[in-house]
Design a protein around this ligand. Structure first.
Ligand code: MN3
Length: 204
């Protein structure tokens, strides 16, 4: 199978108490695995598409045959988004960013707190399921946005460096209807070294 589920880079319980162990197990082993399986199933008769990375597929959705375009958008988006999401968290994470991404955040939004406030507002405002993102545009600018469902910023010409899953499956077992509490807790597990690496990979 061309697309595979990346292993979680830490134990299922590593993000406790902010993200509970059962949520992590189901989220990774069932939800993310499901996106991978359905993407492989959708592209089984498209060997040329299978040669592309999932990010490459999402960069040019218009060029994907119509018969599988929605599957690539949803299942491929789910695969790409979650593959990044796991790496954006770690045990004993949180705090504030350092390095170039921190400088860019201050230059763009005025302060880390101002960025965080807008990011959180976008996350809370997602109606139904979706994501809040910090991305880099083609001209190197940081951009905050949200996407519905599993849509990737890549399909909008943005390179995501940082994003939060606000689907209910990401938080419902522990936080139920209290999405704002989940959003607030999540900042305690952010892996800022990875965000810095993602930012440098785009701008350098
Ligand atoms: Mn999810």
């Amino acid at each position: 199978m061309p697309y595979t589920l990346p292993p979680l880079p830490y134990d299922f319980g590593a993000l406790e108490p902010y993200i509970d162990v059962m949520t992590m197990e189901i989220h990774h082993d069932k939800h993310h695995a499901g996106y991978v399986a359905k993407l492989n199933e959708a592209l089984k008769d498209y060997p040329e598409l299978q040669k592309k990375s999932v990010d490459q597929l999402l960069l040019s959705l218009d060029s994907i045959p119509e018969a599988v375009r929605i599957a690539v958008r949803n299942q491929g988006g789910g695969h790409a988004n979650h593959s990044m999401f796991w790496t954006l968290m770690k045990k004993n994470g949180g705090g504030q960013p350092q390095g170039k991404v921190a400088q860019a955040i201050i230059a763009t939004f005025g302060s880390f707190d101002a960025m965080q406030e807008k990011f959180n507002a976008n996350a809370k405002a997602v109606f139904g399921s979706g994501w809040s993102w910090l991305s880099v545009s083609h001209d190197g600018q940081l951009v905050l946005s949200s996407t519905p469902n599993q849509d990737s910023p890549l399909s909008k010409g943005l390179q995501p460096i940082f994003g939060l899953d606000v689907w209910e499956h990401a938080y419902y077992l522990k936080y139920q209807n209290k999405r704002p509490d989940y959003i607030a807790a999540w900042w305690h597990v952010v892996n800022w070294e990875q965000v810095e690496e993602n930012y440098r990979a785009v701008i350098e």
